[in-house]
Write a protein that binds this ligand. Structure first.
Ligand SMILES: [Zn+2]
Length: 412
């Protein structure tokens, strides 16, 4: 399903995003394709494509194909040189950064190990990475902004800034105002699971899925429900925080104050605890090495965690009926693959039955543990590329600036 354009005057930015989105999804599109798909007049489409070419967001070229009569029509594609964005993915003990172009290709990436719990250290580290990536590319190239992905939830007094997955000393997100000021670029931030889902939706495993669920394993476990390329955000932007769903009555104690939460059994933190990390998280390389060398303890952990994965897949499917569930996050895909092997066959649900359906129920992300980083970089680009009905509607209501600000942060 493709969003349709609207002819109201105030909807010009929305129509632009829709046209860009159609071009991104199809890879290339002619004027006629756009007119047929978007449902706007030829003149409006001509104006929009002209605007987008002037902004360097798209380029036109002759379409390949039959040379029956005359020249083949012109087709538009996204311009890979239409500007880059910088993504930062924050974890407790490290900062990954990447410079990504308009079509989702990483031009450059960096990683530093640093304890980000102290906000001043974190701010300095973020500024340094942004500046290094900015100086490193073609300096004439436009940079759309900086996107940051970090563990959530935000603004949930009982859950934010507590426990092993979050930044206890931060106590708030004012740090991003300081970052914006220091680097002179717009800064967008989101929960890592939502950023990752946006990345998958635009450039990854779910680019053809309009309704999918993204299960994110980083230090903790999170999720995002994507509907027509926007994340369902709930009342305060904290929907689908699946890691804190209780799955074992009187089970392991969780930082949220409850017992038996899913992420105390199924997360990088849970795995690292089990393997005796003493508070240190396993790295991607350590996990891959242990899996490949047949380390009994990591395989035992996967076997023990598999029933919880089976359970949450069934819960998500029955609650939300997604086209597919993408397994991603910062853990290596090999860990998900091992878990999936032990968890199969999946339980019966509204999504089960038949070979075709079974094959598409659960897929491991093809982003190789980078979905949050790509998703972070995508946040500023996404501002240009994807139609966001919610933001548009709220934007018309001028008295509601506060809610619009929230949408800018959460409703991707
Ligand atoms: Zn919990």
């Amino acid at each position: 399903m493709v969003s349709r354009g609207t002819t109201q005057q105030s909807s010009a930015p929305f129509n632009r995003r829709i046209v860009l989105d159609v071009i991104r999804r199809r890879g290339e599109a002619s004027r006629k394709d756009l007119i047929d798909t978007v449902g706007l007049s030829p003149q409006t489409i001509a104006n929009i494509t002209q605007d987008l070419e002037d902004l360097n967001l798209i380029v036109s070229k002759r379409q390949k194909g039959e040379k029956a009569r005359g020249q083949p029509p012109m087709a538009f594609t996204l311009n890979p040189d239409g500007g880059d964005a910088i993504g930062l993915s924050l974890e407790l003990n490290g900062l990954s950064a990447a410079r990504v172009n308009l079509v989702g290709e990483m031009r450059d990436r960096r990683h530093i190990n640093v304890d980000l719990r102290d906000p001043t250290t974190a701010l300095v580290a973020m500024i340094k990475q942004v500046e290094a990536l900015r100086d490193n590319g073609n300096s004439a190239q436009r940079i759309w902004g900086v996107g940051v992905a970090m563990p959530g939830p935000f603004d949930a007094p009982d859950l934010s800034f507590k426990g092993p997955t979050v930044f206890e000393k931060w106590r708030g997100l004012e740090i991003f105002n300081a970052l914006e000021e220091a680097v002179g670029l717009p800064v967008f931030y989101n929960v890592d699971s939502v950023a990752g889902a946006v990345g998958e939706s635009l450039f990854g495993s779910a680019r053809d899925a309009n309704r999918f669920f993204y299960l994110y394993m980083g230090v903790g476990l999170g999720g995002a429900l994507m509907v027509d390329r926007a994340a369902y955000s709930g009342a305060n932007g904290n929907a689908t925080e699946v890691g804190h769903i209780p799955v074992v009555p009187n089970g392991r104690s969780c930082s949220c104050g409850n017992r038996g939460c899913l992420e105390t059994y199924l997360s990088l933190h849970a795995l690292s605890e089990e393997l005796g990390g003493g508070g240190t998280l396993l790295t991607q390389e350590q996990i891959i090495y242990r899996l490949e060398s047949g380390d009994v303890r990591i395989h035992d952990w996967c076997r023990a965690a598999a029933p919880y994965l089976r359970q949450v897949i069934c819960t998500i499917e029955n609650m939300l009926d997604p086209q597919t569930i993408v397994l991603g996050g910062t853990v290596p895909p090999a860990l998900w693959q091992a878990l999936v092997e032990y968890a199969r066959p999946w339980l019966h649900s509204v999504r089960s039955g038949g070979q075709d359906r079974e094959a598409s129920r659960v897929v491991v992300s093809n982003q190789g543990g980078d979905s949050a980083l790509l998703g972070a970089a995508v946040l500023p680009i996404y501002e240009k590329l994807a139609p966001r009905v919610d933001a548009l509607t709220l934007g018309r209501d001028e008295g509601d600036a506060e809610r619009l600000k929230t949408v800018r942060r959460f409703a991707f």
